[in-house]
Design a protein around this ligand. Structure first.
Ligand SMILES: Cc1cc2nc3c(=O)[nH]c(=O)nc-3n(C[C@H](O)[C@H](O)[C@H](O)COP(=O)(O)OP(=O)(O)OC[C@H]3O[C@@H](n4cnc5c(N)ncnc54)[C@H](O)[C@@H]3O)c2cc1C
Length: 480
């Protein structure tokens, strides 16, 4: 890019958003410094700065696509290390809203592995970039602003093991996650705090690794018992992960957290709307320990609405919008943010310089956030206990969502369109088009007259695969 002189960027936070942003920036800047508060182990490990690490992580296909684009050998290597790709519909037994979803080959791959294994493999690849410097054990404490009052961020204040320092940079990227202190930092250099949209859910994740029973029949590779709002707010998941283990996670909304001693943990599994997960757990062997993490809310900071915003600053990942993790969107939206940064930087190259980048990026980021935010909060607000702004017409939308979900248990076309939205391949139009809306509305009318058991798959066992899946699921190589 034109502009003259070596150019540097600093990224705050070395988790998924920060790693992806660093990878992208390394194509555009002479030097990229990735600052991480934790000192990371040589190998996959949980760590303090990513407390969600021990818990189940689902990678939507949009996130897979972005990771594959920037790290072309990543998934091949993950599979060598024990991760596996499944068909994200056919290999998944998924109970939601009182029905089992159809199990049909979707052609959409789903990745099963632990979060630390995924993050470590991404980190290794970022570390290998020649113009990337990793500074673990350092914490960013604020922003430097141009003393001439030109409205530009010019660097960061850093706490290093040696003491406090200031580092200059042409671009600062905040990827410091849910706990980002950017509103305070902006205020300290003379800007307003952003408006925040929030839905309070008081959700907990409680997780324990298990050794599967030796006689497990492999009826599924992942079992999801989602809660059924508004009546039930406990959930449970089993996912096969590397090392031939099961990752078992139990969730509760509104402060109903699973106990962290095993007898209570097992009993909580028994209280789910279906007995399946409890029965599988009873036959398995806990490998311990049990870890818990609590998520108070989902929160979108609307930086795009600020009347003034400095040049030289980009905010992405959970620092911009932290979703309800139950819908598995965070890593994918972090990926979309990094991809948008790449696009904006390529456009800047034609303009010659970085002027206007920060404004363009913040104005466009909501395009990546809006749909997943609507999907997640739309579900959460089905609960009367969820605290958040309820938009006009929400009641009607909820009636439609419930009928749509029931219909995913019997109608292959509706099921396919739902999966396209879920993986962020399509917008809301996919489930509002006549070929979906008509069967859903007809199902809705019938359900007023007949019990659900006659209209949807409410079988007591996870449904079998129909038809059997081609195996293994191919990893589609992106061409971009
Ligand atoms: C329980 C739980 C389960 C989840 N499950 C899923 C899932 O199934 N699928 C999915 O896609 N997403 C899931 N997510 C979300 C996902 O983990 C995040 O969206 C993803 O990690 C991207 O977040 P991030 O990189 O923006 O921030 P984070 O992952 O929160 O990382 C922030 C990083 O910044 C560092 N940091 C913070 N402050 C500073 C500072 N001042 N200086 C230097 N470093 C700093 C931290 O140490 C940390 O490494 C889940 C989240 C939770 C809480």
């Amino acid at each position: 890019m034109a502009g003259g002189g070596p150019r540097s960027a600093v990224v705050i936070g070395g988790s998924m958003a920060g790693l992806l942003a660093t990878r992208v920036l390394s194509d555009h800047f002479d030097k990229v410094t990735l600052v991480e508060r934790d000192v990371r182990a040589e190998g996959p490990a949980t760590r303090k700065g990513v407390p969600q690490g021990p818990h189940i992580h689902v990678l939507l296909d949009t996130g897979r696509r972005v990771l594959d684009k920037y790290f072309p050998d990543l998934f091949e290597q993950l599979q060598v290390q024990g991760a596996q790709f499944i068909d994200s519909s056919g290999d998944l037994a998924w109970h939601h809203f009182g029905v089992w979803k159809l199990r049909r080959a979707s052609g959409i791959p789903g990745l099963l592995c632990t979060r630390p294994l995924l993050e470590w493999n991404v980190l290794r690849r970022v570390k290998a970039r020649p113009n990337v410097e990793l500074r673990d054990g350092c914490s960013i404490e604020g922003l430097l602003a141009d003393a001439t009052g030109s409205g530009r961020v010019t660097g960061v204040k850093v706490k290093t093991p040696q003491g406090e320092e200031t580092w200059e940079a042409d671009l600062v990227v905040d990827a410091s996650g849910r706990g980002s202190r950017m509103p305070q930092w902006l205020e300290a250099i003379g800007y307003a705090r952003p408006e925040e949209e929030q839905v309070i859910v008081d959700l907990s994740y409680t997780t324990c690794l298990h050794e599967p029973p030796p006689d497990f029949q492999r009826e599924w590779k992942a079992l999801f018992l989602y809660p059924s709002p508004p009546k039930a707010w406990r959930a449970g998941f089993i996912s096969h992960v590397e090392g031939g283990r099961w990752l078992v996670t139990l969730n509760g909304y509104f402060g109903e957290h699973a106990p962290t001693e095993y007898a209570g943990f097992l009993e909580y599994a028994r209280s789910l709307t279906r007995p399946d997960l409890y029965e599988y757990m009873k036959a398995a062997r806990p490998l311990g320990p049990i870890t818990q993490h609590k998520v108070k809310d989902c929160r979108w900071r609307h930086y795009e609405k600020l009347p003034r915003f400095p040049e030289g600053l980009v905010i992405l990942g959970d620092a911009a919008c932290a979703f309800n993790p139950l819908y598995g969107q965070g890593m994918s939206v972090a990926g979309l943010g990094a991809e948008l940064l790449d696009t904006c930087l390529r456009e800047q190259a034609e303009r010659g310089g970085l002027a206007g980048l920060a404004q363009r990026f913040r104005e466009r980021l909501p395009e990546a956030i809006r749909l997943p935010w609507l999907l997640g909060t739309g579900m959460d607000l089905l609960y009367p206990q969820a605290v958040g702004k309820r938009p006009f017409g929400l009641g009607l939308l909820h009636w439609y969502i419930l009928r749509l979900m029931e219909r995913t248990s019997t109608d292959a076309h509706v099921h396919r369109q739902f999966y396209r939205i879920l993986h962020l391949h399509a917008g809301l139009g996919a489930v509002l088009q006549p070929s979906v809306a008509l069967p859903v509305l007809s199902h809705g009318l019938k359900s007023l007259l007949r019990p659900l058991e006659q209209l949807a798959n409410t079988e007591t066992r996870p449904p079998p695969l129909t038809p059997p899946l081609p195996s293994p699921v191919p990893v589609q190589k992106s061409t971009g």
